[in-house]
Design a protein around this ligand. Structure first.
Ligand SMILES: NC(=O)c1ccc[n+]([C@@H]2O[C@H](COP(=O)([O-])OP(=O)(O)OC[C@H]3O[C@@H](n4cnc5c(N)ncnc54)[C@H](OP(=O)(O)O)[C@@H]3O)[C@@H](O)[C@H]2O)c1
Length: 232
């Protein structure tokens, strides 16, 4: 009764009514970030913390440590987290190499590290996530636009997206998403390829944030202007 009078009064004088239910800030999230010390990981951690999330930084060098190439460390690292809202992976190794010269080791590295490591996260992270929580993986634009000498990493990136699309059908309480970064500016510069149009890691971080917050599942997210058709 009192509240409806206040609402009428506020509307009479032309102001917005902000009463009733308490004003809700966006809920702060607890996010485990694997690869937090990397080029994309550092920018993403900074972006998430700037908006109020708590970031648990993980990598092979963290405590607890997670090594995507060592399944027991993935299980133990996840178990040490308690209940969180998202597990995000911006880590994993994969090799380049032209097919005629491809060694077994070059072929297997990406399968064992970037692919299998992220698959294991999808298998074991759900029991540590709150309902509706998200697992966000990383693929890469070579899945869609390969070049010569990229077959091993193109394959791994495409497999990550396919696995997430299918895994999402089996996981009803949680979301599985993939971010597909293009070559980023910092890496292009480090390669001496400043002529390649590439977004800075800070822009890529915003795409990860969209994937963390989204209401989709099994979806691959692209950086705006840098999708497979360059217009995502
Ligand atoms: N940079 C690009 O232009 C680009 C483009 C497309 C896709 N990507 C993909 O994005 C991801 C991140 O790239 P980035 O350039 O940010 O990498 P980065 O700078 O090399 O950093 C890699 C991060 O992952 C951690 N890491 C490496 N191996 C690991 C393992 N076996 N287990 C757990 N953590 C591990 C590293 O920390 P420790 O060494 O302490 O473990 C580091 O924090 C990669 O999957 C990459 O393929 C990158």
């Amino acid at each position: 009764m009192v509240e409806s009078k206040i609402r009428a009064l506020v509307m009479m004088i032309g102001g917005p009514y902000i009463g009733g239910a308490p004003k809700t800030e966006r809920n702060m999230k607890q996010i485990a970030l694997i690869g937090a010390t990397g080029t994309i990981g550092r920018a993403l951690a900074a972006h998430l913390e700037a908006r109020g999330d708590e970031v648990i930084r993980l990598s092979r060098g963290s405590s607890p440590s997670i090594d995507l190439e060592d399944a027991p460390s993935v299980r133990a690292g996840l178990a040490a987290l308690g209940r969180i809202d998202a597990v995000v992976c911006v880590a994993g190794r994969a090799s380049f190499g032209a097919v005629p010269d491809l060694s077994d080791e070059a072929l297997e590295l990406g399968i064992r590290s970037k692919l299998r490591g992220q698959i294991d996260l999808v298998r074991w992270a759900p029991e540590h996530l709150r309902p509706g929580g998200a697992i966000v993986l990383t693929s890469g634009m070579l899945a869609h636009r390969p070049g010569p000498g990229t077959a091993p990493v193109s394959m791994v990136n495409a497999a990550i997206e396919a696995f997430a699309r299918a895994a999402a059908l089996d996981l009803s309480a949680h979301r599985v998403e993939v971010v597909c970064p293009p070559l980023i500016q910092e890496t292009a510069l480090a390669m001496g390829r400043s002529e390649i149009p590439a977004p800075p890691a800070a822009d890529v971080a915003q795409t990860y944030a969209r994937a963390i917050d989204g209401h989709t599942t099994g979806t691959t997210y692209f950086v705006p202007g840098f999708g497979p058709g360059r217009d995502a």
